[in-house]
Design a protein around this ligand. Sequence first.
Ligand code: 5RP
Length: 225
Amino acid sequence: MSAVNEKKVAALEAVKYIKDGMVVGLGTGSTAFFMIEAIGEMVRNGLKIKAVATSDETEKLAKKLGISVITLAEAKRLDVTIDGADEVDGQFQLIKGGGGALLREKIVAHNSDFNIIIADSSKQVSRLGKFKLPIETIPFSTQLIIKELEEMNLHPVQRMLGADDYKTDENNDIVDIDIWKTDIKLTDLEHQLKSIPGIVETGLFLTSTDLVIIGKGAQAIIEKK
Ligand SMILES: O=C(CO)[C@H](O)[C@H](O)COP(=O)(O)O
């Protein structure tokens, strides 16, 4: 079965966790797309929820499908968030941000009681780092951060959109770094990166995930912490 079908299988399993009255965090990306589409159908069939979107793209899609979108401030706290990932390891640690929405995704995950990650089977890894780790930086500081990351042997590459710098929903830059060869522990790496002024967030999600649902062929494999 293709990765696209596996994404859909995982998404359809995840929406079973959504119940009437919940405040739901909506992730971003091609896997999250199937989840949002399914929630849209559930809402048309009478489900009553409120949602917080992790990107402008997700917000637009959710509203188009008739899902009631509120701000994080209005929500205060979320019952459940469903989001995709670029890599997930056996300890439920993730690399996220391939789609550039890592900052809002991490904020929403932090404010959710229960976080479900949905992915096709290609995203499961024994060790994080084949996928380049996205770092969100303040444009004022990006070039100097790139120099600092080069000195740390993390091979930074600024993300581009054609000839222009890629911009996040918060109008920040993304720098993708290579953590595969570093022997720094992930928790230490996260701490080191976050201590550089101008780095707003990293795509390392080390502790937020409660449940992982992997589409494997036509089956949804549910992994609990
Ligand atoms: O972190 C993300 C966006 O910032 C996505 O969840 C991640 O990139 C996975 O995307 P997809 O489901 O399209 O493979």
